[in-house]
Design a binder for this molecule. Sequence first.
Ligand code: ARG
Length: 416
Amino acid sequence: MADKVVLAYSGGVDTSAAIPWLKEKYGFDVITLCLDVGNEKDFSLVEDKAIKAGAVKSLVMDIKDIFTRYFIFPALQADALYEGQYPLATALSRPLMAKMLVDVARQEGAVAVAHGCTGKGNDQVRFDVSVMALAPDLKIIAPAREWGMTREETISYALSKGIPLPVTKKSPFSIDENIWGRSIECGVLEDPWVEPPEEVFAWTKPVNKTPEKSRYLEIGFEKGVPVSLDGKDMDGTSLIIEMNKIVGEHGIGRIDHIENRLVGIKSREVYEAPAATALLKAHLALEALNLSKQQMRFKEKVASEYADMIYNGLWFTSFHQDMAAYVQSSQRHISGVIKLKLWKGNCVVVGRKSPKSLYNFSLATYDKGDVFDQRDSPGFIHIWGLPVKVQAQAQLLTQAEGPMSIPPGVVKQLKD
Ligand code: ARG
C-alpha cells in the first residue's frame, strides 16, 4: 500500500495539478482537504473535482467558527494590524489550515502534508513553520515550489491528466479570501502607480454608489470580543459576515498597501476588509475608554509585535503564548458598546459607553459639578517642569540648535 499525503486543496489549477503530480513524483496516495474559512465557493463541486483529479479521498470541512474564535478574535483583541494597514486575513488562516492538515494526517496515518504555495510568498512560510511546530516528523511538500512549471505549463499538465478546468476566462488577479478579508494581487496591480481598477473589488462599493444616508451601527463587546450588533446578540462568525455586508455597502474597508514580505520582497497588496476595519476601530475606541494611559501605551507596542508574529508565521510558538497571556489579561474590562457612523467611505466612532469606563464626568467637565481642584496644578507643574528648568539653565539657552534655535532677528521683525 502506498504512503499517504494530505493536500490542502482549493479546487484551483495548482492544487488540482498537484494531485497527479504527487502521485507520479512521490508515489503517494493523495487525500485532499478543502477548508471553508468563508471563501465564497461551491464546496460540493470542489469535493467531486478532487476525486476526478485522482484523489483517493476528498474531505471538506467548515472551519469558520474555529477560525473566528481561536484566530480572528484573539487578533482583534490584540489590535493586530500589519504595518498599520493589513488586518491579516490570509496570514491568520494559514496556521489553522496547517493544524487541520496535521490533524487529518494523524487520523489517516499519512506521512506527509502538502500545500499549493509558491516559493515567493509568505504563505509557504506560515504553512511550513506551523507544521514544523505541530508535527516535526511529517514531511512537507509544496508542489508549486518544486515543479518549476509556468502557469501555462501547469494548465497543459492538468489538462493532459484529464483534470476538468473552469472554462471561464481566467482572471488576471490572484485572490485569497476568508471572512476576515479579501486579498487581491497580480495583473495591473503589480504597477504601484496604477490605481486598482473597480473590477478587483467585490465586497465594497465605490463611494459614488454608496447610500446617500449615513448608517449608525452599535457594536457590543464582552471582554474585547464583539457579541452584538445594534443590540442583537450574534455568534462571532455571523456577526463578521453581517458586518462585511453593512460596512462594505458604505464603501469602507479598501486598503492599498506596499507591504514588506517576510521573504524580502516589497509587494503591492490590495485588500477589502470591511468588517475587520470597522471592528478594529471600534475595539480600539473601547480600549481608549477603559484602559489606563500606561496600559494603552504598552498594548500599542504589543499590537505591533503581535501583528509581526502572525504575519511571519510564528503562531504556534512560546512567544505567541506569552503575548497572548498579556492580551487576554488586558481585555478583562473591555466590555461596552461603541457607536459607529458609516458614510461615504468613512467609518467614524461617534459614541461609546461602558460600565467599566474610566471617563469621569466630574473630573472632565468645565461646567457645574467640577471636582477637579485647580489649585493643585501649579505644584504639580512645578515638579513636572523642574528638570526642564534645571537643564535649560545649564545647557539649552547657550547651545540651542535645530528647530528651537529661532534666529533673534525673526522675533524682532515680528515686533516691528
Ligand atoms: N500579502 C498577504 C499575506 O501575505 C496575502 C497573500 C495571499 N494573497 C493572494 N492573493 N494569494 O498575508
